[in-house]
Design a protein around this ligand. Structure first.
Ligand code: FES
Length: 90
């Protein structure tokens, strides 16, 4: 059985799927994100973004600085539950 290296646990994406998408032409971070769904899970890429950038860097020869970052949306940083529970009940 072939190794199945999970890169993005939220979207259940393997390294092989990411490499295949890059070879299909989705060779920049934003288009790779939209095509595969990588970094769009509940952790917003916290668990996979750096792995995706590493793979993109290896496959394209671009440096991580050239690749850049995706737009990350809340909750990238943890939000205490009591803040979410507070409402207009006063
Ligand atoms: S591990 Fe990829 S979005 Fe969470």
């Amino acid at each position: 059985m072939k190794d199945r290296r999970i890169v993005c646990r939220c979207e259940d994406l393997t390294e092989e799927e990411i490499i295949h998408a890059i070879e299909e032409g989705y060779d920049n971070l934003e288009s790779l994100k939209r095509y595969t769904g990588a970094t769009t899970g509940s952790c917003q890429g916290k668990g996979c973004l750096m792995h995706i950038i590493r793979i993109l860097s290896q496959k394209t020869g671009k440096s991580p600085d050239e690749i850049g970052l995706t737009t990350q949306r809340p909750p990238v940083n943890p939000v205490p539950l009591f803040l979410l529970a507070e409402g207009d009940e006063k």
